[in-house]
Design a protein around this ligand. Structure first.
Ligand code: NOJ
Length: 986
């Protein structure tokens, strides 16, 4: 983001008057995004060209006549060790020589397939760069090094090949379930599963690889320009910045169709609906393609395909009975058009009458597409995650509540906020310091006047097991007597400009240089800066926030770096722009993991990033950037976070309260009630916003927020268990209706209500002003209970729910068990020894199951098996609740089991008990004890039966003071009482 007109005082003092005047010139004055600062497709040469190409191909004049100029040269085809290789030839009108484009189709054991198209001339570096450029000549081929896990390549060497009449059929994947049908001329690939086509590449013939050519001379007067002289293919100027384009036009484009799929999701980050809209006009639809070009978009608008801070080019198509996906592995500026058409072919089983057709265009790099054939959301996320990595297990404090603002201005301020949270009995775990804590925006320093003794501050905060997050941005102040910039320069670790000199631009500190975290040496150096003896004032409880890493450059084109800047090994910035932010996050993540703790050893890192790309989920959390304190931004947050989960990066949040502006008390309260369900839960505010820590609101607001935050804390074990699942198989932490009910067609576009992990908890936060009722959509006929009153909701479809300000609409779906911790503490760290409550929510048949994952929440010991993982099953036939071990290697868990042995289940709350057993004796109070068996021993524990308030609510049974251990196998027998109740009475 950029500052508003009233600048933080240190900005004015730091750079002096000249800098202020220059900066003021760059600062937008409008209240919302300056559209003119960011390109539309028609202002981006390669997007304009490829859209025009598509319009031409698809024009009615060309119907049935267009032939895509790409074909496979048959005698080049080789299938070896799970890879099909061949040359694609591109015919260029008026040229006899064809352009050779090496094709490789890589089949993975998992069933995922990668289709990569390169360009021979560029591959061989047989091109001439324009100007004096030092840029690499090849198409960028290193996106996989950042986006994919190191051991991604597990080849399927059992692919069955069949080539007849210009059609190659490759049968592959587990159980040979999948087929890739490659048409030789024109080139296209259909992907089939279960005999149906799910994904087609170059279906509409929009594939386009802009081959290398020398810039044609300007046409003589009166003559037409050469067809090789592409519009916008050479120097291109926008907003006063000229891009020199040393390699000329080099875009890659492909159309990807999803026949029989009406809904596509993913390609975050956009402030838009979860189910993506069409981009070629129509009511309520967009005119512009979705853009992915990580950018610092000042006061972004909602309901827009405009680019935002991060990009994940992963798209999921879903229909009843099937989910498939694609990853467009390209880190350059990318645009995606989406259209929905009436299906022409036979509709597959469960398929919609609609086909979704997409068109992907990137400015440079390889044409590199991954295809995943599902068949369901779960399998899709697992295979995408196996490739790009799963979200890492965060330290446990990171999923609790974070308190941030720009800025807590001094050590005393921090102390005061900390104290006031405690006084008002609102738990929080982390206090954040924004850029003003530094000495004149020199990262790795503290302002000597306002943060005199940071070590003491860290210690103070640590007393309640709390943490401090410090912001560290990638721009390094270009100033004298600052060792960090001196080292950056002397070690030659900064990003270069197009001439190869050190790049200089403006950001918060004024004139700055940028660390080039693509460079392995830069990563090593960065790591050294975080050692406790180097970054003085930091401690074990200090963690890091990486902001402005798109990168944001105030005086750069579209507020970022020039595309012809150069990175490590002379790759142009253009090629890797969308990965840039992630490399910086990676360096910080590595640095935090490498810090040697004062008492020895290392700990899990926590890094928050603003910019990201596919794979960044392995490194920490993201947030959606500078939203506004407006209801529409509160509404926009959930679809955005759901989309993050779809695209494999579920540790996500939005600024609670809205960054810009001042929320009304109602908005702020509703935002907390919504924000407690964000995987990353942080309140944040702009420097000009009024203070709005929850204790300042006064009652009833403060009290309502206190209850909301306490609910987050109570459910932390459930959240942690959901994070664990995401870290294992990529299931989103918050899930939209279509993921939980993949056959519920009425719910495919629902994005304003969420399920939390496997808990069955269904939340529909109130996100509209003055509203005290919501309609919750039930995706199936299962029984649902109100979280608060156990009122029963049942029957597929919309159910009205009363939600006055003090109430969050939360239901519990029958059939699930989830853990809670019910003691109120000041921070999650102080809950470490607290007992658990298990909430057992019985389904229509009286059954339920669920999970508990637990570990020390800070070390890496869980990787060596030091964790507890339990499966909990309530069975109505035997009337038992059984806790069994899900640990993959129970022997390795033994040391931790000793440590965790004191942890107990204190209470078990069974909701809807009459679904499983007659409650007569319970109701009469005859039965007050039930039997538990633990480690071979039986004992009796008390129960308390609570009859339903009325016929529309559920009755509950509370098993009290169970003293069952979370580490051991046990059974609660509801039928085995202490002999005082006859069996048949139960
Ligand atoms: C931009 C970030 O988006 C915002 O959260 C932060 O407060 C400011 N930069 C200042 O660091």
């Amino acid at each position: 983001m950029r500052a508003p007109l009233s600048l933080p005082s240190s900005t004015t003092t730091a750079g002096g008057l000249t800098f202020l005047l220059l900066l003021l010139d760059l600062i937008p004055t409008a209240a919302t995004v300056k559209h003119e600062n960011f390109k539309t497709c028609s202002q981006s040469g390669f997007c304009r060209r490829n859209r025009a190409y598509a319009d031409h191909v698809l024009s009615p004049d060309n119907a049935g006549k267009w032939v895509s100029p790409y074909e496979i040269k048959e005698n080049t085809i080789v299938l070896q060790n799970g890879i099909l290789q061949a040359d694609i030839l591109k015919t260029v009108p008026g040229q006899s020589d064809k352009i050779i484009l090496p094709l490789s189709i890589n089949f993975q054991k998992s069933g995922a397939v990668r289709v990569t198209i390169d360009e021979l001339k560029r591959q061989k570096r047989d091109i001439v760069l324009r100007g004096d450029s030092k840029a690499r000549k090849e198409r960028y081929n290193e996106a996989e090094r950042w986006a994919l896990v190191p051991d991604w390549d597990v080849r399927d060497d059992k692919v069955v090949y069949d080539n007849r009449k210009g059609q190659i059929t490759l049968t592959f994947g587990p159980g040979l379930k999948y087929k890739a049908v490659v048409d030789v001329a024109p080139f296209s690939v259909k992907f089939e599963r279960d005999g149906e086509t799910h994904i087609v590449l170059n279906d509409r013939g929009l594939m386009n690889v802009e081959h290398w050519r020398a810039q044609p001379p300007a046409p003589e007067e009166g003559k037409e320009k050469s067809s090789e002289d592409l519009d916008g293919g050479w120097d291109e100027t926008f907003g006063g910045n000229t891009d020199s384009k040393p390699r000329g036009p080099e875009a890659v484009a492909m159309d990807i169709s999803f026949p029989g799929y009406e809904h596509v999701y993913g390609i975050p980050s956009h402030a838009t609906s979860l189910s993506l809209k069409s981009t070629k006009g129509g009511e309520g639809e967009y005119q512009e393609p979705y853009r992915m070009y990580n950018a610092d978009v000042f006061e972004y608008i909602v309901d827009s395909p405009m680019t935002l801070y991060g990009s994940i080019p992963f798209m999921q198509a879903h229909r009843k009975g099937s989910s498939v996906g694609v990853l467009w592995l390209n880190a350059a500026e990318t645009w995606v058009d989406v259209v929905k058409e009436k299906a022409k072919r036979m509709i597959p089983m469960g398929g919609a009458k609609t086909d979704t057709k997409t068109h992907w265009v990137s400015e440079s790099g390889l044409l590199d597409v991954w295809v995943f054939l599902g068949p369901d959301p779960q399998a899709l996320y697992a295979s995408y995650g196996a490739l790009t990595g799963f979200t890492k297990m965060p330290p446990s404090f990171a999923i609790a509540y974070h308190q941030c603002r720009w800025n807590y201005v001094s050590q005393d301020d921090v102390k005061d906020v900390d104290r006031k949270f405690d006084k008002s009995e609102i738990p929080y775990d982390v206090i954040w310091l924004d850029i003003e804590y530094t000495d004149g925006k020199r990262y790795f320093t503290f302002d000597p006047l306002t943060f005199k003794d940071p070590k003491k501050m860290m210690k103070n905060i640590d007393k309640t097991d709390r943490k401090v997050v410090l912001i560290i941005d990638p721009h390094i102040k270009n100033t004298d007597n600052y060792p960090v910039v001196e080292e950056l320069k002397s070690k030659d670790l900064a990003v270069k400009d197009k001439t190869g000199g050190i790049y200089e631009g403006w950001c918060w500190p004024g004139s700055s240089h940028w660390i080039d975290a693509f460079n392995p040496a830069a990563i090593e150096w960065w790591k050294s800066l975080f050692a406790f003896d180097k970054f003085k004032g930091t401690a074990k409880n200090t963690f890091i926030w990486n902001d402005m890493n798109e990168p944001s450059v105030f005086n750069g084109p579209e507020t970022t770096m020039p595309k012809d800047n150069l990175h490590f090994s002379n790759w142009e910035h253009r090629d890797l722009h969308n990965i840039n932010g992630m490399t910086f996050m990676n360096a910080t993540h590595q640095a935090l993991e490498a810090r040697q703790l004062p008492k020895g050893g290392t700990q899990r890192s926590f890094v928050l990033t603003r910019a990201f790309f596919a794979g960044a989920q392995r490194l920490g959390a993201m947030w959606t950037g500078d939203n506004e304190a407006k209801w529409e931004h509160l509404q926009a947050a959930l679809p955005m976070l759901l989309s993050q989960g779809i695209a494999g990066f579920p540790f996500s949040g939005a600024d609670v309260g809205g960054f810009f502006g001042n929320p009304s008390k109602e908005l702020l309260t509703r935002w907390y009630q919504s924000g407690i369900w964000y995987p990353f839960f942080r309140a944040h505010a702009h420097i000009d916003a009024k203070r709005r820590e929850p204790y300042l609101l006064g009652d009833p607001y403060t009290g309502i927020i206190r209850e909301a935050v306490r609910l987050r804390y109570a459910l932390l074990p459930a959240w942690y268990t959901a994070f664990h699942r995401a870290s294992q198989d990529g299931m989103p932490i918050i899930r939209p209706n279509f993921v939980v009910h993949p056959d519920d067609e009425d719910g495919f576009s629902i994005d304003d209500q969420i399920y939390i992990g496997d808990t069955g908890i269904l939340v529909k936060p109130v996100v509209h002003e003055g509203v005290d009722k919501v309609n919750i959509h039930l995706g199936d006929g299962e029984v649902y209970y109100d979280y608060w009153s156990y009122k029963i909701y049942q029957g597929k479809g919309a159910k009205e729910y009363n939600a006055p300000l003090e109430k969050i609409p939360v239901l519990m779906r029958g059939g699930h068990i989830f853990p809670r911790r019910d003691r109120h503490r000041r921070s999650s760290g102080l809950m470490k020894h607290d007992p658990f409550t298990l909430v057992v929510v019985l389904d229509n048949k009286g059954n339920a199951e669920g999970y508990l994952y637990h570990d020390d929440g800070e070390s890496f010991n869980y990787k060596a098996g030091h964790y507890v993982h339990r499966k909990l099953v309530f069975d109505s036939a035997t009337k038992t609740l059984v806790s069994s071990n899900l640990h993959k290697d129970p022997v390795s868990a033994e040391p931790y089991n000793k440590e965790a042995r004191p942890l107990q289940v204190e209470k078990i709350l069974i909701v809807g008990i009459s679904k499983a057993m007659k409650t007569a004796s319970l109701a009469k109070g005859k039965k007050t004890k039930v039997m538990v068996t633990e480690e071979g021993k039986d004992r009796a524990v008390s129960v308390e039966y609570n009859a339903a308030a009325d016929a529309s609510s559920a009755d509950t049974l509370l098993v009290k003071n169970t003293k069952l251990r979370i580490v051991s196998d046990w059974t609660v027998h509801l039928e085995k009482a202490e002999g005082d109740v006859a069996k048949d009475e139960l």
